[in-house]
Ligand binder design. Sequence first.
Ligand code: ZN
Length: 170
Amino acid sequence: MGFPACCTKFFVDEWANGYYDPVWQSALGTEGNIVSKRTLEVEGHIHTNQMLRYYGLRTTSHFPCKMDCQESIETGKAWLEVMRSIDPHLTDSLVEFLEMPLVWSCLHGLAIVETPIFTLITNSLPTKERWTVLYSSKGKPKARDVLTLLGDDLDLEKLTDVMVERLKGI
Ligand SMILES: [Zn+2]
């Protein structure tokens, strides 16, 4: 199927370990990641970005062993040229989507992918804790600088007080 050998081995190994959606594992292998508990911050590449695949937004059809996998990037370049020969305008739009900073997080079987223009919620691994990947493309704005994540703009204690007051009135 044209998958790089490094990525095929990665996926087979991670699948055997029970990680059938190995986004975090892929980020973990990426050079320059910053680890803070269960949070990684990585600079990836449009050809290794599989986090928007639910909408068909990707240039390769395999999980990369890491988000800077050179062989995946080469595979993606070939496919991008095929896309460009068919529809250059749509190809530019695809690249724009794949270059957006995003945050992928996984908790209790749900993955949430937050981008500057939409949020995607889908099934993933049934984790007990939240696992997070802050993703950006090289040279593009960082996710932590441009995204307000779900719940980040809420004062949960204040919200709880308001809800308690409202419930008293019922
Ligand atoms: Zn690879």
